[in-house]
Design a protein around this ligand. Structure first.
Ligand code: SF4
Length: 392
């Protein structure tokens, strides 16, 4: 039996480590944890890894996790009409193969196989912090043991990426890393300082350009709403300027929500940060989209975004994206409120859904009326806020 393999049957009971989050676009990806938590951990809007200590996982441990995944894959593919190939497996077969129930690890691999086993996302927040040799070793082993993987992606911080030479990034690319997701958030320097991102706009541009020069795809996350009432306009314009200098492949919108655990919540409570309303954030996104001068895919695939329809390819789909925004902004206030409640409750993706489903619209209208008669207008806004905050 080759090193790293297990006896038949053992694999399904084994576990491997996974971290807490992934980008929405990696929902169908295999999740492999390469580092734990965030080495920076100071961004004021972010609560994901607060109070969790950063650590590099020993390379041997990560390789052992890859072995575990490979063993689960090979074991599940022995099942007639394999779990990973047809997906059409009866409960009886699953019960026979997993008498003790599937481990979470096994379940995640089976789901990944059902999605075609094409993509792998390396967790957690900043994997370019690994030494280049170590990262190359992990990527090469991943390709060797899981040859069906066609795309490997990870998160990284601009500051960390900018410390790697283009030659080092090219080695990482050649070893198999296809795409890096970077949280740019904003290109406005005073705002980058306020949120403690640990990098300025110039550093963000430099990092993004290096990723592209190394031949990798680049996905930049932008955070509408982050400028609050004080800096929203500069935030929109300077972020577009930074993106226009980087030319990323993907621009992903993830609108601000402030969890209680995030340091920004205290700033908000103390009156040092005044958030925008939903309508104001939509107007800010309009200005941002108008100011972009790139060829890139815009994605609004995050639950925090009010309008999923602000998505498409620039420049050709700019008109369509602005039309979605205008269709929202031009609705009467009562309709916008119905839409916001429905969107935050998971019923809607963009304003055209209101007309498509009049029954749901009427139910929401009646619900809002009932809340308004008991708790007034403030109660309606609080209900919408509570629905949205379920996701943070
Ligand atoms: S770098 Fe990313 S994960 Fe780390 S604190 Fe900032 S936003 Fe959070």
């Amino acid at each position: 039996m080759p090193a790293g393999e297990t006896a038949p049957g053992d694999a399904l009971a084994r576990d491997f480590e996974r971290g807490p989050i992934r980008p929405p676009s990696e929902a169908a990806s295999l999740l492999l944890r390469v580092t734990r938590n965030c080495p920076w951990n100071r961004c004021r809007f972010c609560a994901v890894y607060k109070k969790r200590r950063f650590s590099l996982r020993p390379v041997e441990e990560v390789l052992a996790d890859i072995d575990t995944v490979a063993a689960i894959v090979s074991e599940t593919r022995r099942i007639p009409h394999g779990l990973g190939q047809s997906g059409a497996v009866s409960r009886a077969v699953v019960a026979r193969m997993f008498p003790g129930g599937m481990t979470d690890a096994c379940r995640s691999v089976v789901a990944w196989l059902r999605h075609g086993a094409g993509a792998c996302f390396l967790q957690d927040a900043d994997n370019l912090i690994l030494g280049t040799d170590d990262l190359v070793r992990i990527l090469a082993y991943l390709k060797q043991r899981l040859p069906d993987v066609r795309r490997v992606t990870t998160y990284a911080r601009s500051r960390t990426v900018a410390r790697k030479s283009v030659e080092a990034l090219k080695r990482i690319r050649e070893a198999g890393l296809d795409r890096i997701h970077i949280g740019l958030e904003t290109g406005h320097d005073p705002l980058l300082k306020f949120i403690k991102k640990g990098v300025d706009a110039e550093g963000q541009v430099e990092a993004g350009r290096r990723v592209i020069e190394a031949g990798m795809e680049l996905s930049e996350y932008v955070m509408p709403g982050l400028g609050g009432q004080a800096m929203w306009r500069e935030h929109a314009v300077d972020t577009a300027l930074a993106i226009n200098r980087i030319h990323p492949h993907f621009i992903r919108l993830r609108s601000l929500r402030v969890p209680r655990r995030a340091p920004l919540f205290e700033e908000m409570a103390a009156g040092r940060f005044t958030p925008q309303t939903d309508d104001e954030v939509v107007a800010e996104i309009r200005l941002f989209i108008e100011s972009l001068d790139v060829s890139a895919i815009v994605a609004s695939d995050h639950l925090m975004n009010l309008l999923e329809g602000v998505s498409g390819k620039l420049p050709e789909d700019r008109g369509g994206m602005l039309a979605v925004i205008d269709s929202y902004l031009n609705m009467p206030g009562a309709e916008r409120q119905i839409y916001r409640f429905g969107r935050r409750g998971g019923a809607y993706r963009d304003p055209s859904d209101l007309k498509r489903d009049p029954d749901t619209r009427e139910r929401i209208r009646q619900t809002l009326e009932a809340i308004r008669s008991d708790h007034g207008e403030q109660g309606v806004e609080a209900a919408i806020r509570d629905l949205a905050d379920r996701y943070v």
